[in-house]
Design a protein around this ligand. Structure first.
Ligand code: NAD
Length: 333
């Protein structure tokens, strides 16, 4: 029953070095079981077998610059492809990439398959339709020797996994309602997250949000006082819980409030799981995240917990696509 022990630190890469990618790298400085060795952004990449320097990397990325400016960094507009040519020096990647367009993450997965890379991939993608594209790659991922854990951020991710656990008290699930509160000081620290959220607003789509200039995003946020109110979102929590056999996807509802001008959460993130017990009682389990935990903490922590679990699966020869409700994340020390 002992936790999985790895004889040496897991060599981890982070693809995408914006808000979440940088938070992920900072988190890894506090972990002994993982070593951050590779990073890529839109303009280049860097690799260091002994570990990358987080402060230098964050410094290199200020004001639209790139990780390519790190010592040993390389400028490239094909950073994922070129990092993959390093082969299996990196055992697992956290894909902190924007899913813009909505087909992007599936195209990245295909790149890994075509490169013949073997290892663990973890994403924090959000849309049901994006996960459906990955599901179509299940057989190819398996044949390629890739263990891919999808939807492993906060929602989908932590809250979906909590729902799967809470469901065990019931014989029938009536509803799963996820309500998130996010507070960030400045939308530009998380451009993709905010653009993707705008894509859920009435009158917008992923494509219209992708094409908005930064000025247009700022103008929209000015109109709403920096707040985005999101209702009935197309979130992959629904398909994950349906595939896990917990309830039909129509019973899962995701919404939330994002304040882009204040680090304080506008509401406490929570999930409410309502169902009927075997004795006939109707009840609701509620799981609420601490208000002091940031979006970054609730996304990056689970992502690496799933990466560790994924590596244990990979070493046992378990390949293919897995969800946050199928696998228990392992705590990274
Ligand atoms: P961001 O805009 O801050 O950063 C994106 C990074 O990706 C940048 O470094 C950019 O250079 C890089 N990038 C873009 N295209 C690339 C390419 N082709 N090759 C290599 N690098 C590329 O993004 P963010 O706000 O940190 O969000 C990342 C993702 O995380 C988004 O898709 C967002 O929706 C998701 N997210 C998920 C959850 C969750 O709970 N599941 C929560 C928050 C964010």
């Amino acid at each position: 029953m002992k936790a999985t022990q790895f004889s040496k630190p897991i060599q981890v890469g982070i693809l995408g070095f914006g808000g979440l990618g940088q938070a992920a790298a900072r988190l890894l400085t506090l972990k002994q079981e993982m070593r951050w060795v590779a990073v890529g952004d839109r303009q280049g990449y860097a690799y260091a077998s002994k570990g990358l320097n987080v402060n230098a990397a964050i410094e290199a990325c200020q004001e639209g610059r790139t990780v390519a400016e790190l010592p040993g960094g390389v400028s490239s507009d094909r950073s994922i492809e070129e990092l993959l040519s390093l082969g299996n020096a990196v055992e697992g990647y956290f894909l902190a990439l924007p899913n813009l367009p909505n087909t992007f993450m599936a195209s990245v997965a295909r790149q890994f398959i075509q490169a013949g890379w073997q290892g663990v991939l973890v994403d924090a993608l959000k849309r049901t339709s994006a996960m459906e594209q990955l599901l179509q790659l299940q057989d190819e991922l398996q044949a390629a020797g890739i263990t891919y854990l999808s939807g492993c951020g906060a929602t989908p991710g932590l809250l979906t996994a909590a729902s799967a656990l809470a469901a065990q008290s019931f014989i029938e699930i009536h509803s799963i309602v996820i309500t998130f509160g996010v507070g960030i000081v400045n939308w530009e620290a998380y451009r993709a997250t905010i653009r993707e959220d705008i894509g859920h607003l009435p009158g917008y789509s992923v494509e219209t949000a992708r094409l908005m200039t930064d000025g247009e995003v700022a103008a929209l946020l000015n109109k709403t006082n920096g707040i985005l109110k999101l209702e009935n979102m197309e979130h992959a929590d629904d398909i994950v819980l349906e595939l896990a056999g917990i309830c039909p996807r129509e019973r899962v509802c995701v919404g939330g409030l994002v304040d882009t001008r204040n680090s304080k959460k506008p509401l406490s993130t929570n999930v409410q799981v309502t169902g009927r017990t075997f004795e006939g009682s109707i009840s609701t389990h509620t799981f609420t995240l601490g208000d002091e935990t940031s979006m970054a903490a609730n996304v990056c922590g689970p992502a690496f917990g799933y990466l560790k679990a994924g590596l244990a699966l990979h070493r046992q020869g378990c390949y293919g696509l897995f969800s946050a409700a199928q696998v228990m994340p392992q705590f990274v020390r």
